[in-house]
Every structure is written in structure tokens, then in C-alpha cells.
Design a protein around this ligand. Structure first.
Ligand code: FES
Ligand code: FES
Length: 155
């Protein structure tokens, strides 16, 4: 059954009809062309499909689109301004925390949500905050290095 939903996506209001069983990942990728949202495992294990919903990282592969009604959603395409990467994205590049990049949009979004708390976190706490993300390339050290450096700079 189709249901009309309305939400904020990367700062813009969007209204569209979705099937009751449609997942948010498909709506974002297939209908809104936001392909920075990656499909990995499809079962909530890898974090590649992470988006921010009302500021909290969520696996969009296990989130029904109808639940997005009234929410504020940010994908990696919504970070940065005027075609410039966000400060967190730049630090990932500078620190070599990106290799194939498949996991990166989700990791950067979770790291951004953590940095937005404006508190200091230990490396172990950063690891816990990013534990929902699987990366097959970087071995995690450079990711944690980048997040730690960026968070220190933002405090
Ligand atoms: S694709 Fe959603 S958690 Fe893996
Ligand atoms: S950079 Fe390749 S999966 Fe993380």
C-alpha cells in the first residue's frame, strides 16, 4: 500500500509516495539518486548504508521509508558546503583514512555525529562509536587517527 511521506533530506523538503515495506536505502539510492549511501550486507551489520536521522547514525537498509516521515535525514552528499568537503571529510583524506571508499560515507557520517557532541572521547570510545562499520581496507587505525585529530581540532 502506498503512503505519502515528507521529510527533510540534506536540507531540502521532499514529499513522495512509498510502499509500506520499502526500505529507506532503496528510496535514497534508487529514487533520490543519493548513491553515496552504499548497499553492503543489507542486514544491518556493515554500516555502509548509514545515514543520519535527526542527527543519529542509522542503518538505512533496515529502516522502513515510512518511518522517515517528518524526520531530518543527512547523507554524505549533505556534508560540506558550496561543493567543498566538510572538515571531517578533508581530515579523512589528509590522514589516508580512505582507500576504496565503500565504507567511508557511513564512517564519516557516524564520525560527524560523534564530533557534533562537542566532547572529548578516548580512542577506545571512538572505536566503540564506529564499531558498527566494517572496513575491508584500512585496518581502522587511520580511521580512528582521522576522527581523533578532527575531534581535537573541533573542540
Ligand atoms: S548495508 Fe546496511 S548495514 Fe550493511
Ligand atoms: S576504505 Fe574500503 S571498505 Fe573501507
Amino acid at each position: 500500500m502506498l503512503k505519502e511521506i515528507s521529510f527533510q533530506i540534506n536540507g531540502k523538503r521532499k514529499t513522495l509516495k512509498v510502499e509500506s515495506g520499502e526500505i529507506l536505502l532503496d528510496v535514497l539510492r534508487e529514487r533520490l539518486n543519493l548513491t553515496g549511501v552504499k548497499r553492503g550486507c543489507s542486514v544491518g551489520e556493515c554500516g555502509a548504508c548509514t545515514v543520519l536521522i535527526d542527527g543519529t547514525p542509522v542503518d538505512s537498509c533496515i529502516y522502513l521509508a515510512i518511518w522517515a516521515d517528518g524526520k531530518d535525514i543527512v547523507t554524505v552528499e549533505g556534508l560540506g558546503e558550496d561543493g567543498e568537503m566538510s572538515s571531517m571529510q578533508k581530515t579523512f583524506v589528509e590522514e589516508g583514512a580512505v582507500q576504496c571508499g565503500f565504507c567511508t560515507p557511513g564512517v564519516v557520517l557516524s564520525a560527524t555525529a560523534l564530533a557534533n557532541k562537542k566532547q572529548s572521547f578516548t580512542r577506545d570510545e571512538i572505536r566503540v562509536a564506529l564499531s558498527g562499520h566494517l572496513c575491508r581496507c584500512t585496518g581502522y587505525k587511520k580511521i580512528v587517527d582521522a576522527v581523533e585529530k578532527e575531534m581535537e581540532e573541533q573542540l
